[in-house]
Write a protein that binds this ligand. Structure first.
Ligand code: PMP
Length: 406
């Protein structure tokens, strides 16, 4: 089935507006996607009809909200094919999910002299939490290097894995270059050394079907807001065998069984990792986003976005002085580039004046930019509601940018 994009765009009222007198073209989807009506309506519905604190009230509304929240956990488990729903922990987003694992797993399993492997493609949120863990546990951070195309060098990865390795944490899809990493193969390689693997799926989940059982990853993290859902909510999937052994990340209500001043016992999974009142409304909004994606089907989303990506690359090639940063064989939905000799910030500013939203800078992946010896790039990132006409508008606008700097 091919998607009716014109129809689909009507579900996103925000797209229908002018910016600086021109029709908005939104190409900053890797930063955050827009939300369809069904997501916004789920939020208002919850606050108008169901709002209540969950898991503790005997009254009608509390039970209704609790049921809805726990149903959303099932929806997430189904989305990623998690074996058990108690392996789904709701967090504030990918960042918090990674911090949870780095902190809790780190305290329990990482000792002085141990090693943690990340990659040169990581977003800061899959670097800094591990640096903190390394500092606290006196462990060492090892980094899988990349080649000029922006692909991980697997031979180097193989060399880094050894008996001191305690964790591999890598991104599924690079937010700065769009590289899709061969995570299944990398997980297999780590497991040969009995090393668990955390996958940062923030940029994968909106674009491709993710099956945590097929990948056999130990942890998988993602954010609601990059997959057409609300901000401030996300998911950590963790295998039961690890989550059971890990200590709580935060203390408070909900995560306890019994509290005395002498001793506290902790609640079972997943509640052990969900201290305090959860973000019920946004969890339900995220569930609506998952339903939206499931309705469109990941295959159709991927087909449409692939077509857009090839179309954009082909069209942009007409410029003699465009340099694509990141040219991996397997990539999705992100085009990072430099245009003429113009600073990315200037290109971005003029595009904005022409109604086009792109991102400029290091994209929270400064080490990637350092590798290419660049202060930053212009990044156009795609979502399912983007069109070829919008790409034509970008190409035309870049023509204007070139004229202005000629
Ligand atoms: N990892 C990747 C690959 C990302 O793109 C992002 C967001 N740009 C994050 C992690 C962090 O996600 P969040 O800010 O939603 O926690």
């Amino acid at each position: 089935m091919s998607l009716n994009i014109e129809q689909l765009r009507k579900e996103f009222p925000i797209l229908n507006q002018t910016v600086n007198g021109r029709q908005l073209v939104y190409f900053d989807n890797a930063a955050t996607t827009h939300k369809p009506r069904s997501v916004v309506e789920r939020l208002t519905d919850y606050y108008y009809k169901e709002n209540s604190n969950i898991h503790r009230g005997a009254h009608y509304l509390s039970q209704k909200a609790t049921e809805a929240y726990e149903d959303a956990r099932k929806t997430v488990a189904t989305l990623i094919n998690a074996p058990h729903k108690h392996e789904i922990i709701f967090t504030r987003g990918t960042t918090e999910a990674i911090n949870l694992v780095a902190s809790s797993f780190g305290r329990k399993f990482i000792r002085p002299g141990d090693e943690i492997i990340i990659s040169a493609l990581e977003h800061h949120s899959n670097i800094v939490p591990w640096q903190i863990t390394c500092e606290q546990q006196q462990a060492k951070l090892k980094v899988i290097p990349i080649n000029e195309k922006g692909e991980l060098i697997l031979e180097e990865y193989k060399k880094l894995l050894n008996e001191r390795t305690r964790m591999v944490a890598i991104t599924h899809v690079s937010n700065s270059l769009g590289t899709v990493n061969p995570v299944k193969e990398m997980i297999e390689m780590a497991h040969q050394h009995d090393v668990p693997v955390l996958i940062d799926g923030a940029q994968a989940i909106p674009h491709m079907k993710v099956d945590v059982r097929e990948l056999d990853c130990d942890f998988y993290c993602f954010s609601g807001h990059k997959m057409y859902g609300p901000m401030g909510v996300g998911v950590l999937f963790g295998k039961e065998e690890w989550l059971e052994k890990m200590p709580p990340y935060q203390g408070g209500g909900e995560m306890i069984k019994e509290v005395t001043f002498e001793k506290t016992t902790y609640n079972e999974l997943p509640f052990k990792f969900e201290a305090g009142t959860p973000n019920v409304g946004d969890v339900l909004g995220m569930e609506a986003a998952i339903k939206f994606i499931s309705y469109l089907r990941h295959e159709n989303i991927a087909t449409h976005e692939k077509e857009l990506l090839s179309y954009a690359l082909e069209k942009l090639k007409q410029f003699e002085k465009i340099r694509f940063v990141g040219t991996a064989g397997n990539r999705t939905s992100v085009i990072s580039f430099l245009f003429e000799d113009i600073h990315p910030y200037d290109t971005g500013t003029i595009l904005d004046k022409l109604g086009i939203a792109v991102r400029t800078g290091h994209h929270c992946a400064q080490p990637v930019m350092d590798f290419f010896s660049l202060p930053g790039t212009v990044r156009a990132s795609l979502a399912v509601y983007n069109t070829k006409e919008e790409i034509d508008t970008l190409v035309e606008a870049l023509g204007r940018v070139r004229e202005m700097f000629a």
